[in-house]
Write a protein that binds this ligand. Sequence first.
Ligand code: PEP
Length: 249
Amino acid sequence: MARKKIIAGNWKMNMTPSEAVKLVETLKPLVVNDEVDVVFCVPAIDIIPVVEAAKGSNIQVGAENMYFEEKGAYTGEISPNMLVDAGAKYVVLGHSERREYFAETSESVNKKMLKAFEHGITPIMCCGESLTQREQGITMDWIRQQVKVGFLNVTAEQAKTAVIAYEPIWAIGTGKTATTEQAQEVCAGIRACIAEIYDDATAAAIRIQYGGSVNAKTAPDLFAQADIDGGLVGGASLKEEFGKIVNYK
Ligand code: PEP
């Protein structure tokens, strides 16, 4: 069965609740496409108003992070139950900005992955190399480790429903998109890694996105690649351009 494309916006730390509602109203008619799962990953405080504003549309809502405990003395954190109750269906885990600025590790990402599955939230697990790692020729070694640790103790049935976002750090927010060849090569490598951990059926089912300065111009070629099942889009997800990215064909 062909994999359904999934195109997700990562709003990062942008949009107050009232700005968020306005943006959803603007984008709602532009992101209609039955062939694609459309997800808006938004700041925690925007989840409830965005879910409300997106009612009756094809937009699904996700969070940008989540903690791996159920409840308790973890000031400032958001639990899986809170996300579910607020209407979030997806959660971005291990974004490079969280790894870089908030000491997120593949081990903590793994704990969050397991919790997300336990609560029926679909994780979008990010991985990707720095420019130095690419220049050192260790891109695939690094990403295989991120994937292997991130998926520790995740069952094949769970992995089949997961989303992996390949995001080269040097391409995020820089306007420097990876070439389609570079993106396809790594996404194919990630799929091969999933086949090694699990089996061919799991590798064939899991969805792998590319992320890093995706725009309306680069999306068609990127999303046409055999192992690229859509994108995780930062900057362009806050603009009307996101409608063009969702309707990339
Ligand atoms: C991201 O935030 O995951 C991202 C890829 O950002 P941008 O599209 O702005 O590079």
